[in-house]
Design a protein around this ligand. Sequence first.
Ligand code: MF3
Ligand code: CO
Length: 258
Amino acid sequence: MICRTDHDLNGMRKAGEVAAKALQALGQCVRAGVSTSDLNEWTHELMAKAGAVSATYGYKSSRGSKNSYPGYACFSVNDVIVHGIPSKEVILKEGDIISIDLALFYEGFCGDNTVTLRVGQVTPSADRLIDAAEEALRSGIQQAISGNYVEDISRAIETVAHKAGYGVVREFVGHGVGRKMHEYPQIPNYVIPCLTDEKVKLCSGMTLAIEPMLTAGNAAIQQDSDGWTVRTKDGSLAAHVEHTILVTKNLPEILTLR
Ligand code: MF3
Ligand code: CO
């Protein structure tokens, strides 16, 4: 179990704030005609200006992808669920949805957050999907209280997603976050039945990245030959949202609040 000192908590607060500000600024650059390569360059500039370093650029996957991740953030458009690679060929158009997953290190600590944005006017079904992802995240965050289990977060997310009729991606999960981007424990967005003594209990001072990924259709995924880009198998839209939060005795502190 990772216990954090006050020094660590303040470090996490600052990193969260820098990550949230960068994501907020980047979101304002999203409009039709902009490529994900443009967004990537602006991400690099924003991070440099803030004195932060991308946590994704050069990241080597434990999943066996041979090439390290080449983006300063992940840019996932429409049916891309996560880890979309920035490209000059991916140019946003009216009606698209794009998730920007921005994780950075600031003074040794990691802030990790994701938003799914609408490019201009989107279809009602895209709109509803994004709303549901945000509601699932809110609902999961509400359960991140000391004494609860990780499973309570998972259940809250899964319940919102399924009630709205959406799929929940199983291959990618939330995680502890601190001096490293990915720390113990994993936070699935679905419940895995297990014995009580196998459950992970939450305690004050834990910092977690909670990140539901919802699909409009089936939750099955496929990976592009680039070794990173993950899409829905059925081509349906996906939405991904994420906050870094601090567990306390009461409602958690959202460290990446925008
Ligand atoms: N922010 C993402 C996460 O929550 C970062 C992973 S993307 C990778 O896990 F390219 F770095 F793998
Ligand atoms: Co994350």
